[in-house]
Design a protein around this ligand. Structure first.
Ligand code: DC
Length: 224
């Protein structure tokens, strides 16, 4: 069983995917972490990020490992745990180079399918999971939320880690990422035709997970 959850930055998909996976006893894949890991490897190698072949070279030379620990994704590059490091703002800002490279995307989609093939049940989240990576997924969700609400959530996350940034700055950065995600020619952010769209603006994370879970149960009942 493959369940995809796509949506814009800070729409709650990562937490929702992790919690839904836990409730279903399924595996979980945060594909944004893969884009972030390649970004970090390219930054460490100091390559020109607009050069697709150089990016591919970095991908081929580095050993990426994505695994699950306590239901959370752990990311290693050449055996070094970079799970925290890939969340840094410079990585967030530079991830768009990898995200807009057709060759890098193709390779990452291949890695995502490879990861999923090792599990009977998986919840995978990103931007193109329902449209490209798993277009034949059993259930597809597309989460949306107002950009101000998404900025509030990001700010709370940042504060919990000791950081701070104005709400306006965060909202502007989120809207810029939306534009870049929606307008790239490969794997753009958009709902699959058969995706269930869930607006999370006024919902708590528990309510979102309950909603997704009831859709999964309904779909399973129809199948049987
Ligand atoms: O979800 P996130 O913020 O961790 O994603 C990091 C970057 O990777 C962001 O620029 C969008 C991109 N991305 C993508 O293009 N396709 C995916 N399936 C997942 C993430």
């Amino acid at each position: 069983m493959i369940i995809t959850i796509d949506g814009p930055a800070a729409s709650g998909k990562s937490t929702a995917a992790r919690l839904l996976a836990r409730k279903l006893g399924a595996s979980f894949l945060d594909t944004g972490a893969m884009y972030r890991a390649v970004t970090l490897a390219a930054m460490q190698a100091e390559v020109d990020m607009s050069d697709q072949d150089k990016l591919l070279g970095v991908m081929e030379k580095s050993e990426f490992q994505f695994s699950l620990r306590d239901g959370k994704m752990v990311v290693c590059i050449n055996g070094i745990d970079v799970t925290e490091q890939i969340r840094q703002p410079q990585i967030t800002a530079n991830a768009r180079y990898i995200a807009s490279s057709p060759k890098a995307r193709e390779k990452l989609v291949e890695m995502q399918r490879q990861f999923a093939s090792g599990w009977q049940k998986i919840v995978t989240e990103g931007r193109d999971q329902g449209t490209v990576a798993f277009s034949d997924a059993d259930i597809k969700f597309y989460l949306i939320a107002d950009s101000l609400e998404r900025a509030r959530r990001r700010q709370a996350e940042l504060r919990a880690k000791g950081g701070d940034q104005s709400l306006e700055q965060i909202q502007k950065a989120i809207e810029e990422r939306d534009k870049s995600d929606e307008n790239r020619t490969v794997g753009p952010l958009r709902p699959a035709e058969d995706a269930i769209v869930v607006d999370t603006t006024d919902l708590s994370i528990e309510e979102v997970v309950e909603k997704l879970l009831s859709c999964v149960k309904e779909k399973c009942l129809k199948k049987n």
